[in-house]
Design a binder for this molecule. Sequence first.
Ligand code: 13P
Length: 333
Amino acid sequence: MTDQTMGKSLAQVAKELVAPKKGILAADESTGTMKKRLDAIGVESTPVNRSLWREIMATSAGFDSAISGVILFDETLRNPLPNGQMISDLLKSKNVHPGIKVDKGTIKFNAEEETFTLGLDGLTERLIEYKGLGATFAKWRAVYKVGNSIPSEAAVMSNSIGLAEYALLVQKAGLVPIVEPEVLVLEGDHDISLSRKVTEKVLKDVFYWLEKFGVKLDSMLLKPNMVLPGKKCPTQATAEEIAKETVTVLRATVPSQVPGIVFLSGGLTPDQSTEYLKKMNTMFKDLPWQLSYSFGRALQQEGLQAWGGKKENLKAAQDAFLARAKKVSEARE
Ligand code: 13P
């Protein structure tokens, strides 16, 4: 399978996204989520401000030494930035891959408020359009809650099949799928061993269905959560334990043909996300896949705070964003 816009195979694009020292910036917050992020720094959520923040990050000098790809939301890929440029042109001029979030959010389906993800209807047509707008990869997120009797079989299976159907359609359209099954490990008082069991069960099922649907494993990336105890668990874990539990689960579930695993930050602080990624890469040297990042909040939080929506803080915002990107990049060594 080939990405005709760049003349590269999908396997090649997947590899580039996890090239040494590089990872992905998740800047695909929906309009609602972006409003929350901007509200938190006292900035009005207008189309210009939502777009300006993405422009600030993407124009920071040296951004491409840590970032291989940026996941975008429809609004940002489709419209020119405040500087008049299309973001996909800006990114491509820096050899950074533009990506696109293509799921349409989740819907609750049972008394436990478990969810499955929407967005398969019309997906192929949207992918063709996004490809024309410059996207080379896509993302779809499934979400699972942790509890004694959840995730249920229905939640696990419906989300796995959704991820597999999505991934297959994305590859057929000539883009690289990022498969994101996010177990909400931080929510609750469970210990790390329940997080491990749930994450393992989910990932096993996801790969079972990816293979059943014939998704090419060398032409996709996995975006999982790290394995952590719930925030309210009285027994918290060390970085070494988190690294060990996470890699143990990945070894048991992720086939070696998958070129890379790009973690989400999931509500961890920028320092925690960076530290845990670094631990995994320093403790385990013999892994078949690259261990990298696709952080949203952990990469953006400090830059957003430094910016505060003020023109005079632009340089401080870019410096704060780049300082974090550099630390995360170093965590891959
Ligand atoms: P966080 O790193 O903030 O969890 O965001 C990653 C993401 O893309 C969630 O879908």
